[in-house]
Design a protein around this ligand. Structure first.
Ligand SMILES: C[S@@+](CC[C@H](N)C(=O)[O-])C[C@H]1O[C@@H](n2cnc3c(N)ncnc32)[C@H](O)[C@@H]1O
Length: 220
């Protein structure tokens, strides 16, 4: 049975693990550029955006830096909340990073216009609860964009993605191992995500597949 008490599957991203992740993803600019473009395509200027599980906060900080959005991040890792806050301060950007669980968010109903969640949904121990919370805190008509690894990712797609990254050689070895072993075990197939969403009150669900990942667009 899946544990729902600690909020995530596997090992929590605290301390050295969080610091390693923050360093090894810092230069992954092509991934963040694609994510920024995807959000800008869907979220109108002036939108209040929630990033669920922002980790070190690079996407949230880049979105806040555009000047077009008010950005809040919610992460279960206290280390990441601290790192993201420090990085926002260094960048002189007003993004608000809060500590909390995706399936029990510390926000009022209808607080946000747009929600984004990248490389994290597969880690949630209560994914249905996280979707319900996204729906609750979203304003009517608001949208959600979830991007995550696909369960049936091929070795070739993983190899191509790792080759694109600008992380150190040892980090690349670990990332490649993770993307081929324990991360796909937690990840979802398109049909599994459609089934999860069908149990929520979202009005629309559109899922696109790339060789590496799934992009899920939901509207309230
Ligand atoms: C692999 S990191 C992804 C970080 C960032 N979104 C990115 O794209 O690099 C997964 C993130 O999910 C967070 N997380 C896991 N379970 C969570 C939960 N139940 N609620 C909020 N955050 C959670 C972790 O702390 C971590 O920051």
């Amino acid at each position: 049975m899946t544990r729902t008490d600690k909020g995530y599957r596997g090992v929590g991203m605290e301390g050295p693990i969080a610091r390693w992740y923050a360093t090894s993803t810092a230069k992954d600019t092509s991934r963040f550029e694609a994510q920024i473009d995807a959000v800008r395509r869907l979220a109108p200027a002036g939108a209040e955006i929630l990033e669920v599980a922002p980790g070190p906060g690079y996407l949230s900080i880049a979105l806040a830096a555009t000047g077009d959005y008010t950005v809040t991040g919610l992460d279960i890792s206290e280390t990441f909340v601290r790192i993201a806050g420090e990085k926002a301060a260094e960048a002189g950007v007003a993004a608000d990073f809060r500590h909390g669980n995706a399936s029990a968010m510390p926000f009022d109903d209808e607080s946000f216009d747009f929600i984004v969640c990248c490389a994290a949904f597969k880690n949630f121990s209560d994914p249905a609860g996280a979707l319900r919370e996204m729906h609750r805190v979203l304003r009517p008509g608001g949208r959600v964009l979830i991007n995550d690894l696909r369960k049936d990712v091929s070795k070739e797609a993983v190899a191509a993605d790792v080759a694109r990254m600008r992380a150190g050689a040892l980090s690349k070895v670990f990332i490649r191992y993770a993307l081929q072993s324990f991360l796909p075990r937690r990840a979802y197939l398109k049909g599994q995500l459609e089934e999860l969403v069908s149990r929520t009150d979202f009005r629309t669900c559109d899922i696109r597949q790339s060789p590496l990942s799934l992009d899920v667009e939901l509207q309230k």
